[in-house]
Design a protein around this ligand. Structure first.
Ligand SMILES: Cc1ncc(COP(=O)(O)O)c(C=O)c1O
Length: 452
């Protein structure tokens, strides 16, 4: 039986739900990454490192809430915090103490955050950070790195056609793309030249601090350091988009691990303990552009401040979950456990690739792993695990990536496309199960001649 047939046979209830969903949502899904041919997987419950789909199949989960669940599903402290909050109300339309505690925890953990403002998502956080930067510098352009992802807001979507690789996204207002300058990561010369020639028009540079697509293309830390120095020299603000890396790479995110402090940081996912929420933190004079100046009259003075409403900003339930989560991860123990498990996985999975004579490699940083099948036959020099590589690693060929994803689901392991978000709830037993699942999947792929 082929990988595809086995997937279809073992997921009849998912198939039925997908047919229903197809009449409701585009592609039947509610997030691009959940799109999965021939149909998506439907899950009914989750706990720790596992989840169960609607056909009763148990899955080891490496999607982990798209990276939001460093502690695994339903950590007892977070469940308790949410359960305690729910009967007290989900929205007060007023300030509340939990949001202060939540904000204090962010300030205490994240080196660049002198002030913070909560949003409902990472997309909203990057949108606000860019506006703050434009207002602070009086400049308009945004300097981005090729393939770096910052949510779906206009200013960070698509790429000017002359830059090549990323498709231009339909629906962007005329002129929006001209507001972006996109350069490759890891090329200090191009960055230096761009800032020298266009720096006076550039408000801000934004980047994913472990590289494009949460490190699928690893970044050289020295490039990030150069970006810090060069942006400061040209009066350009620097944003670390730590929506994924924040609180994961270390309690203070990648910036703490690298010892490099940006002007602003965008956060989401782990910050809200698995519930919706995000924030932008940064230097006081930048974030305080949101402040209403005349606090006596509460007058909005148009043009003199950046307004920031948002019905669900710092809602009490997310605040309770977020504060419970941040209180647990401040000593770095959870991050250390997750990263240790990820390292064990990377070593073992690379061993399986060698034993099965399949070209490819498993690589990553901290508790984030990526699998490249049929691409490089080994990680680039000096990068098998735990550091940043100067060279990008080729992606898995599309067919191989899809077969790997379906094949691993057949074996009871849910990957995040070709990546793995490892949590502190994953155990050595989970590693052993994943390794066998990977071996069986590679063997099934070889039977089908994948990768060709
Ligand atoms: C680096 C990065 N920035 C921003 C976002 C957008 O966050 P959200 O999905 O909460 O809008 C994401 C989402 O995955 C992300 O990975």
């Amino acid at each position: 039986m082929t990988i595809l047939h086995r997937y279809v046979e073992s997921h009849p209830n998912s198939c039925r739900l997908a047919e229903r969903a197809n009449t409701v949502f585009p592609n039947g899904v509610t997030h691009d990454i959940r799109h999965n041919a021939p149909f998506s997987l439907y899950v009914q419950n989750a706990s720790g490192s596992r989840k169960t789909d609607v056909d009763g199949n148990q899955l080891l989960d490496y999607v982990m809430g798209h990276g939001a669940l460093l502690l695994g599903h339903n950590h007892p402290s977070i469940v308790e915090a949410v359960a305690r909050q729910l009967p007290l109300g989900t929205h007060y339309g007023a300030s509340h103490e939990a949001e202060i505690r939540w904000g204090e925890l962010v300030l205490g953990l994240v080196p660049s955050a002198e002030r913070v403002r909560f949003t409902s998502s990472g997309t909203e956080a990057t949108m606000m950070a860019l506006r703050l930067a434009r207002a602070h510098t009086g400049r308009e352009k945004v300097l981005r790195l090729r393939e770096h992802f910052h949510g779906w807001n206009d200013s960070v979507t698509g790429q000017p056609p002359s830059e090549g690789t990323m498709p231009v996204s339909p629906g962007l207002p005329h002129g929006t793309l001209e507001g972006s300058i996109v350069v490759p990561q890891n090329d200090v010369d191009i960055l230096e030249r761009t800032l020298r020639e266009d720096g006076s028009e550039i408000a801000v540079m934004i980047l994913e601090p472990t590289g494009a697509h949460w490190g699928t293309e690893p970044i050289d830390v020295e490039f990030v350091r150069a970006a810090r120095d060069l942006t400061a020299r040209h009066g350009v603000l620097l944003i670390f988009d730590e929506v994924i890396t924040g609180f994961r790479v270390s309690p203070g995110g990648a910036q703490q691990a690298y010892g490099i402090t940006p002007d602003m940081t965008t956060m989401a996912k782990i910050v809200a303990g698995g519930l919706p929420g995000g924030c932008v933190g940064g230097r006081t004079e930048i974030i305080d552009q949101i402040a209403i100046r005349d606090s006596e009259s509460r007058e909005y003075v148009r043009g003199e401040r950046i307004s920031h409403p948002g019905t669900f900003n710092a809602n009490p339930v997310s605040a309770a979950a977020g504060a419970a989560c941040l209180a647990l991860i401040g000593d770095g123990e959870q991050q250390r456990r997750a990263a240790e498990t990820a390292e064990a996985l990377a070593r073992a999975l690379n061993g399986v690739l060698r034993e099965e004579s399949v070209a490819g490699c498993v690589y990553g940083y901290s508790s984030m792993l990526h699998i490249a099948i049929g691409a490089n036959d080994k990680p680039p020099d000096g990068y098998s695990w735990g550091g940043a590589a100067p060279k990008p690693i080729a992606e898995s060929p599309r067919g191989a990536a899809h077969a790997l994803k379906l094949g691993m689901i057949n074996e009871g392991v849910h990957l995040m496309d070709t990546g793995m978000m490892v949590s502190s709830a994953h155990t050595p037993e989970d590693v052993a199960i994943t390794v066998e699942a990977f071996r069986n999947t590679l063997r099934a792929m070889k039977v089908e001649g994948i990768p060709a």
